[in-house]
Design a protein around this ligand. Structure first.
Ligand code: HEC
Ligand code: HEC
Length: 190
């Protein structure tokens, strides 16, 4: 083969390679792998963040001492119900009245209906003389209501420990000062 034809062949070959390289399908760059989902924000609440007192939960050094200094029974001013049919708070002191034991419960000495009028105390409401579970009227206090301070709380002078913007709503004005749970218990159910 002459030099000339070798050269021509070379050029032709180069051209062929060059052209075919141009025509080769453009390989698209693969999409980047999806980013790993960010871990959900931590829902952990530490002991230090839990307290409404804005101090570590286990440190009560900033808590004012609770002073239970309400007047004696008979001298106290009754408080409005915190909300409709909430257990009223105990407005008088409970000095010498606690603990309530199986043998001794001074609360019932003044608050059972047969005693209450004589001492000027509010008698226990109808719900405390009724077995709601068995739908049965009882002759006396339902034993489930025997441990009064389980629901009725004595009051201490502490001021407002944390801001509270709760506003109660009473369907009837008198329910600010009176209970009627047994009458309204099944409202909306029956
Ligand atoms: C010596 C009688 C007497 C004893 C004992 C007594 N109370 Fe009272 N209680 C009263 C009187 C009277 C009132 C009304 C407020 C006042 O005059 O002090 C009252 C008010 C209450 C009220 C508020 C009722 C309302 O309508 O808001 C509750 C709740 C209460 N007492 C619970 C108790 C509990 C619980 C005990 C036992 C730890 C108890 N009481 C022991 C006489 C007594
Ligand atoms: C299981 C919780 C619970 C226990 C225990 C309990 N009460 Fe109540 N009490 C309530 C609730 C709730 C109300 C208000 C709704 C209702 O029952 O009518 C109430 C209401 C009252 C009222 C207001 C009555 C009125 O007409 O406004 C008095 C007084 C009372 N209770 C006294 C007592 C006494 C005294 C004891 C212990 C012998 C006692 N309670 C035990 C939950 C309880």
């Amino acid at each position: 083969m002459s030099r000339m034809s070798t050269l021509c062949l070379l050029i032709a070959l180069l051209c062929l390679v060059g052209c075919s390289a141009k025509e080769a399908p453009v390989t698209e760059t693969p999409p980047p792998p999806p980013e790993a989902a960010a871990p959900p924000p931590s829902t952990e609440v530490t002991d230090d963040e839990l307290s409404y007192r804005n101090e570590p939960l286990l440190d009560d050094s900033g808590t004012p001492a609770a002073v239970f200094d309400s007047p004696d029974p008979g001298d106290a001013q009754m408080e409005n119900r915190a909300f409709e049919n909430s257990p009223p708070v105990i407005p008088h002191n409970t000095d010498d009245l606690l603990p309530i034991t199986a043998d001794e419960n001074s609360c019932i000495e003044c608050h059972l209906p047969e005693e209450a009028a004589d001492v000027g105390a509010t008698p226990v409401p109808a719900s405390h003389l009724y077995d709601i579970r068995r739908d049965k009227q009882l002759d006396s206090l339902n034993p489930a209501n025997y441990s009064c301070t389980q629901c009725h709380a004595a009051q201490a002078s502490t001021g407002e420990l944390v801001e509270n913007t709760f506003e109660p709503y009473y369907r009837a004005k008198e329910q600010k000062e009176k209970s009627n749970l047994l009458d309204t218990l099944n409202e909306g159910v029956e």
